[in-house]
Design a binder for this molecule. Structure first.
Ligand SMILES: NC(=O)c1ccc[n+]([C@@H]2O[C@H](COP(=O)([O-])OP(=O)(O)OC[C@H]3O[C@@H](n4cnc5c(N)ncnc54)[C@H](O)[C@@H]3O)[C@@H](O)[C@H]2O)c1
Length: 339
């Protein structure tokens, strides 16, 4: 069988840093195009791949391909995903699929058969650590009753000497709090591992500096149908960050998922055991995600997963928390507390 022709659209941090290496490693992929509106990004990506992969400034200039990976910001992504689906390609689209469910459904107002050709980049659902955690929860290894889950998601240290990063995070906050940008992955892990959606009960927000377009430390509490309580925290853009980790506390055992490595530590009456999976978390998950995508495309699967609906559900949960925390008034103004 011939290789699957794939183009990569969006040659920024995650496009070049994670998708491009995964595409180059995959034995059944023929990378036939690199697309970005930014000429410097196109040149940079082209220099990383041997064999002269052609570059394009627009998806519209790209010759027909079996599949497209879209790794652009969420305010651009749905338009490009729609165009790629209408051109007849399968699409692996980065999360979040848009900045809101309303935008996503307005722009991707397409027949179900086309939407089923889209896989959402809920990358870490493919990781063996998430699968192991789900198995432990399902088998009652943590206990048979409700759990307490603490998700502490911290990223994007503020470095005053890195003007590019300061500008990127500043602009990204204009489109939503860290809950919107980080939430898709986390809410997807939670509903996938716990087997149900949680309902947002309350929320809080802190702006650690004036002038931020959205609060940078935010959180909420979700109640799951079986009584499990989930306390989520998302934090960006402080000079130092607390650990990024998820803890699942049950009557019989506690499990800690290290947010950086995805090492799993389970502690119970008999002691502590740490499970480490082969390879580094990011390349491992991107390889597995791409492999699931390519295998589905080659097998002619009728519905790719994580599906468009999974992406919308994860976005809806992030958006609900983001909306609530953005309604919270700024608490710091020029160093003075506002009342
Ligand atoms: N799956 C993950 O683990 C993961 C990790 C990081 C980021 N992301 C997501 O990936 C997306 C991209 O993030 P990033 O950090 O790489 O952003 P980035 O800003 O570094 O890169 C985005 C790229 O898209 C290009 N672009 C913008 N409009 C375009 C258009 N119309 N046509 C072609 N190219 C266009 C930009 O020029 C830029 O090169 C975001 O939605 C982000 O949430 C996912």
């Amino acid at each position: 069988m011939a290789k699957t022709t794939v183009a990569l659209v969006g040659l920024g941090a995650i496009g070049v840093g994670a998708h491009l290496p995964a595409l180059r490693r995959h034995p059944d992929v023929d990378l036939t195009g690199l697309v970005d509106v930014d000429a410097a990004r196109r040149d940079h990506a082209a220099a990383l791949v041997s064999g002269g992969v052609p570059t394009f400034a627009s998806l519209d200039d790209l010759p027909a391909v079996d599949a497209v990976v879209v790794a652009t910001p969420p305010w651009v992504t749905p338009v490009l995903a729609r165009r790629a689906l209408e051109r007849g390609s399968h699409v692996l689209v980065e999360k979040p699929v848009a900045t809101s469910v309303a935008e996503a459904t307005r722009i991707l107002d397409l027949p179900r058969e086309l939407l089923d050709r889209l896989q959402v980049g809920l990358t870490y659902r493919h990781d063996p650590a998430i699968a192991q955690l789900k198995t432990w929860v399902e088998q009652g290894r943590l206990g048979s009753g409700p759990l307490l889950v603490r998700a502490h998601i911290y990223d994007e240290v503020r470095d005053e000497s890195d003007a590019t990063h300061l500008a990127l995070i500043g602009a990204t906050l204009e489109h939503g709090s860290p809950a919107l940008h980080e939430g898709s992955h986390v809410f997807d892990w939670l509903s996938h591992v716990l087997g149900a959606e949680g309902r947002l009960e309350d929320s809080w927000a802190v702006r650690t500096a004036p002038g931020l377009a959205a609060p940078n430390l935010v959180g909420g509490r979700l109640l799951h149908p079986n009584g499990t309580q989930v306390l989520v925290e998302f934090g960006w853009f402080t000079a130092a960050l607390p650990p990024c980790e998820l803890t699942f506390v049950g009557d019989a055992a506690t499990v800690r998922l290290d947010g950086r490595t995805f090492d799993l530590t389970i502690t119970d009456h008999d002691g502590e055991d740490t499970v480490r999976f082969e390879g580094e978390r990011v390349p491992r998950s991107f390889d597995r995600q791409l492999d699931a995508f390519v295998r589905s495309v080659r097998a002619g699967s009728r519905r790719l997963t994580p599906s468009w609906d999974d992406g919308l559900r994860a976005l809806a949960a992030s958006e609900a928390l983001d909306r609530r925390v953005r309604e919270t008034p700024a608490t710091v103004d020029g160093g003075r507390w506002e009342r």
